[in-house]
Write a protein that binds this ligand. Structure first.
Ligand code: HAM
Length: 409
């Protein structure tokens, strides 16, 4: 067959050899996300995978690369300009405003996002984000709570070498003066900077701080956190104090600028320090007090985060989680295995067996391949079964298997 998944995409299917395609890891990461989001009071939110292009142009911002270079934009049959969502925040804020939302509101989402990027390991054209948005929430504790959710989730699923980086990007009060100062500094070093950075000076000077190539020439660049107004400084200090009280370690990073234009004040990223440096952000977020107004809504301060599940899967490596608990090998035919599996499944166990009447030897091979910790060998429905786990073998009635497994394994 000559079809492959489109460039920058991949399949999650049982039996694929790549760890990133392992359905079991995906299922457990997405399931765990729902648990944590609900624990923090975020109900499920679903918005369309495509939106009007203008929502992203105005919401995410015309000077961000995501909007200028990476959007999947097309005209639909009715002549509307449509874009596959490159991120979740703009759509969720739109949905909140359309619903006439008033007062503090929380929503959690999970789904595919689309960016036309140069694909490589950890960077895809379709990727999966889980995220939350906390709207009509102005106080710094909202920021801390969102950050805590990300930190607790990433710690619970076991991302190795997790590091939280934190910065403040100021607001409309203090950022404009800082940007003038930064542009002057950058203009003075124009000849040393790379071409992309020079182009950015007039459009989005903050992004220059993010350039790995120019880093050596920017060591004494002015920093936003030294130029915050009183309100932004208090807000930042308060977020840091709560993170300390919550025992969440962070690194203050004056170079952290984020790739989307809507951020004000708090900006943060979660880094998997064991991943390749170019794609090591497993999540990020921050505050966006001006986003709702930029898309024509009333003032709605908000804060949120999104985690990249593809990258979390990579960070966890091939954990080889088994997808079933018991594989039944039947010496008395598939019909008996079908009934025995039914009993165990109703007891809550994850069970598989061979429906095709293969030889006992072939069934044992399938049991090994399945990754099940326990193989159950049966010689008829009225006979006790042989339960093999690790090196041990025990004989017991079928009805006792699930109790025995729950008590022992
Ligand atoms: P973002 O930093 O653009 O933020 O994306 C969040 C995470 O999505 C990244 O840290 C990364 O793990 C993952 N990600 C982004 N692009 C790709 C890609 N091409 N391939 C694989 N993974 C990727 C946002 O999207 C904001 N909406 C987060 C937010 C929510 N801010 C406030 N609320």
């Amino acid at each position: 067959m000559s079809f492959r998944p489109p460039k920058g995409t991949y399949d999650v299917v049982a039996g694929a050899s790549q760890p990133i395609s392992d359905p079991q890891i995906w299922r457990s990461l997405l399931g765990e996300w729902e648990v944590w989001a609900e624990r923090f009071g975020y109900p499920l939110t679903m918005t369309p995978v495509f939106e009007s292009t203008e929502l992203f142009e105005r919401g995410v911002g015309g000077s961000s690369e995501v909007v200028t270079k990476q959007m999947y934009t097309f005209e639909d049959k009715g002549g509307r300009s449509i874009t596959l969502r490159p991120e979740g925040t703009a759509g969720v804020v739109r949905a909140f405003l359309n619903a006439g939302g008033q007062g503090a509101w929380k929503g959690a989402y999970s789904g595919p996002m689309f960016r036309y990027e140069r694909p490589q390991k950890g960077r895809y054209r379709q990727f999966w984000q889980v995220g939350v948005e906390y709207l009509d929430a102005e106080a710094p504790d909202a920021d801390s709570e969102v950050i805590e959710l990300g930190y607790r989730y990433l710690t619970a699923v076991g991302v190795p070498g997790l590091e939280l980086r934190l910065n403040s990007l100021g607001d409309s009060e203090c950022r404009p003066a800082y940007l003038v100062q930064l542009s002057t500094y950058l203009n003075d070093r124009r000849e040393k900077l790379c071409e992309d950075s020079v182009d950015l000076i007039d459009v989005n000077p903050l992004r220059v701080l993010d350039c790995k190539v120019c880093e050596p020439y920017l060591t004494d660049a002015p920093e936003m956190t030294d130029n915050l107004c009183d309100a932004c400084r208090d807000h930042f200090q308060s977020v840091k104090t709560s993170l300390e009280a919550l025992n969440i370690p962070y690194v203050q990073d004056p170079r952290l600028v984020r790739g989307l234009d809507y951020y004000t004040r708090t900006a943060f990223e979660f880094i998997g320090t064991e991943l390749d440096a170019a794609q090591n952000a497993v999540g990020g977020g921050g505050r966006y007090d001006g986003l709702a107004e930029s898309i024509g809504g009333r003032r709605t301060p908000g804060v949120g985060l999104a985690l990249g599940v593809d990258r979390i899967v990579i960070a966890l490596g091939s954990a080889e989680a088994a997808s079933i608990d018991v594989y039944i090998v039947s010496e008395s035919g598939a019909g008996d295995a079908l009934l025995a599996a039914s009993v165990l499944r109703q007891d809550g166990l994850r069970v598989d067996f061979d429906t095709e009447g293969r030889s006992v030897k072939a069934q044992f091979r399938a049991a090994t391949r399945s990754g099940a910790g326990t193989t159950l060998v049966m010689g008829g429905l009225d006979k006790p079964v042989d339960v093999r786990t690790g090196g041990s073998r025990l004989t017991m009635p079928l009805e006792e298997v699930s109790d025995w497994m729950n008590a022992t394994l």
